[in-house]
Write a new protein. Structure first.
Ligand SMILES: Cc1ncc(COP(=O)(O)O)c(C=O)c1O
Length: 369
């Protein structure tokens, strides 16, 4: 059954810019150049300017962006990297792929993001980096994280996969650490027509290392300088992203209006806890998440009413089979585990109608008790 209110609707965004998007794709098809060409150069320039940094390096996915940013920052086997206990598992996988060991720190219940008060205690002689995640599109509390990172000589790699355009104390994410990783998975605030990612940074040497790492470690076609991978942002994706980028702020503003509407409609609703936006944060509402008891039953009731919801994420990484059974078990990160049990993502995309938003809020309240 097609839901009356889908969780996301990518067609709606694409319909708005059909001509621009079609022209961008057609241009690449006609050009005969599909990798590492002018479309990528242009998008890298545009996205770096958007984030307020000097360099952007397009890669194949958000997972690759985190892994390669860590490697370019010198992180490798024997190192530890601090990650939030609550995030999409890709944040942790990227650390493992870089050959390092993820060291989780629990998150703050109100923000879903890394709790800076717990950071120092997790830092040891092997700690090389910290990866704050701007989960749901809300920036992590970067100032205290930066202070501790600087004191211990840690690299900061932002995981901005869900936060294109978000601001922390007036500054755009993407330029708040040594490097930042973005995902352009199709449903992200800025999404490609397939997989894609990028790293932004002000550090020219780090950007140069990333350009090598994404392309077999090769500067020329003759020889490889380092253990690179094949992780490039294709021309067709770069062209589509460049066509969408001028619309990102408008789409983020639409998300913010819908979030304000949800917040007003759900204020005081029994048993529904809503996001508490920090005064230093300008979130971009990749997800609109509430916390409710009996989450699965309520999601089923909403589905029966034609409303599609999501759960981001039902299992925290330390309890996923890939990491569980080793160092960590149930009870180790209580906030992450509590959030995983109660989190529910409501429909959120720029073209969601205000009346649909109201209907979702009314239906959610109706599922109580
Ligand atoms: C927080 C976070 N980190 C990393 C990723 C990985 O990005 P990708 O799916 O492009 O590999 C995602 C998205 O999927 C994400 O939401």
């Amino acid at each position: 059954m097609t839901p009356d209110v889908p969780f996301v609707d990518l067609d709606a965004a694409h319909a708005e810019i059909e001509a621009e998007l079609g022209a961008a794709v057609g241009r690449v098809v006609a050009s005969g150049r599909y990798l590492l060409g002018p479309e990528l150069e242009r998008f890298e320039r545009d996205f770096a300017a958007y984030c307020g940094v000097a360099h952007c390096v397009g890669v194949g996915s958000g997972l690759s962006a985190i892994e390669l940013a860590l490697r370019a920052a010198g992180v490798g086997p024997g190192d530890e990297v601090i990650v939030p206990a609550y995030t999409f598992v890709a944040t942790w996988l990227a650390v493992s792929r870089a050959g390092a060991r993820p060291v989780p720190v629990d998150v703050r219940e109100q923000t879903y993001n890394l709790d800076p008060d717990l950071l120092e205690a997790a830092t040891g002689p092997r700690t090389a980096a910290v990866v704050p995640v701007h989960l749901r599109g809300e920036p992590a509390d970067m100032e205290p994280i930066e202070a501790i990172a600087r004191r211990h000589g840690l690299a900061i790699v932002e995981d901005a996969a869900q936060a294109h355009g978000a601001r922390y104390r007036g500054r755009r994410v993407g330029g708040l650490g040594d490097a930042a990783a973005f995902s352009f998975y199709p449903s992200k605030n800025l999404g490609a027509l397939g997989d894609g990612g990028a790293v932004t940074t002000d550090d020219a040497e780090l950007a140069d290392r990333l350009r090598l790492l994404r392309n077999y470690g090769m500067r020329s076609r003759r020889e490889s300088e380092t253990f690179g991978v094949n992780s490039r942002l294709a021309e067709i994706q770069a062209a589509a992203l460049a066509a969408k980028l001028p619309h990102l702020d408008r789409w983020n503003e639409a998300r913010a209006r819908l979030a304000a509407r949800y917040l007003a409609a759900l204020e005081g609703a029994a048993g529904v806890s809503t996001p508490l936006v920090q005064d230093w944060a300008e979130p971009v509402w990749h997800l609109f998440v509430v916390n409710v008891a009996e989450r699965d039953a309520r999601a089923e009731a909403l589905a029966a009413a034609g409303i599609q919801t999501g759960v981001h994420y039902p299992v925290p990484p330390h309890l996923s089979p890939v990491y569980a059974g080793g160092e960590w078990g149930p009870g180790d990160f209580p906030v992450a585990e509590r959030l995983a049990a109660t989190t529910l993502s409501l429909p959120m995309y720029p073209q969601l109608e205000p009346a649909q938003c109201d209907a979702v809020a009314t239906a959610l309240v109706g599922t109580a008790g």
